[in-house]
Write a protein that binds this ligand. Structure first.
Ligand SMILES: [Zn+2]
Length: 263
């Protein structure tokens, strides 16, 4: 890997994309298998008897309230990773998430990937997103999950400066796809999830195929039923017991180990 990066550096003048590739080199942690083995906290591994339920990309005034109603019916609280730009567009929906007892977390300002290094912008935007999420929640956010799960060195540093703890996920539902269904989401999650895992779903199609949120919404009752039948509790990340975080999920947290910096 490192050898490849150095070879890439020699080619920067002619292949600018290599700059971006070297920059996101530390983001190898987003590779699910590596993440599971080397960074269990970052992968959202917590108490064996608990499943953490998380949603990304909202809030969305059309779809998010539908999730709130289904979650209320199931008696489940979750963690919502919000985009700053969506919080300022839909502040009432963001506040409603908190009012209904859910945990608000930070997904960034806009849903863009760190394709080129921009540490200054990363720091400014993450701080701004943490501020508006904190205002909606009435408390400072604790968790940060970057768009696409790509934790570049710049975003890692920005999270540290903002006092946010990066966390990705253990299993996802591929609910963003145009052909996703409630059944496909349920099966996809089940393939990778056991006790102690963190599930990634989306409560909006903000960065996904139009209307794709309906697959996640439709899968929720069966997913929660599956987990409860297996004797697992379901809740937000603050109750997940990830090592290095306190039970209430308060205060600034930092990951157990940062990935090796690249150059
Ligand atoms: Zn996202």
């Amino acid at each position: 890997m490192r050898q490849g990066i150095h070879a890439g550096r020699a080619a920067w003048a002619v292949v600018p994309a290599a700059v971006a590739l070297a920059h996101i080199g530390p983001a190898a942690t987003w590779l699910p298998e590596l993440r599971r083995r080397r960074f269990p906290g970052l992968a959202g591994r917590g108490s064996a008897g608990h499943v953490a339920l998380t949603f990304d990309d909202g809030p969305d005034p059309v779809s998010t309230p539908r999730f709130l109603d289904v979650l209320d019916g199931l008696g489940v609280r979750a963690t919502f990773f919000l985009l700053g730009e969506n919080v300022v567009r839909h502040p009432a929906t963001a506040r409603e998430l908190a009012r209904r007892g859910h945990e608000l977390a930070v997904h960034g300002w806009a849903h863009d990937g760190p394709w080129l290094p921009s540490p200054g912008r990363d720091a400014r935007e993450l701080a701004r997103a943490a501020l508006v999420v904190g205002e909606a929640a009435g408390r400072e956010p604790f968790w940060y999950r970057p768009p696409y799960g790509i934790l570049s060195s710049g975003r890692w540093a920005a999270a540290r400066r903002a006092g946010l703890r990066p966390v990705l996920w253990t299993a996802w539902g591929k609910d963003w796809r145009a052909d996703a269904t409630a059944a496909s989401v349920r099966a996809t999650v089940a393939a990778d999830l056991g006790g102690g895992g963190t599930v990634l779903l989306h409560d909006t199609d903000h960065a996904s195929a139009p209307g794709s949120w309906r697959s996640a919404l439709g899968a929720l009752p069966d997913l929660v039923g599956d987990w409860r039948a297996a004797g697992l509790e379901v809740g937000p990340l603050r109750e997940h017991g990830i090592p290095g975080t306190d039970a209430a999920g308060t205060g600034a947290g930092q990951p157990e180990e940062a990935p090796a910096p690249v150059a």
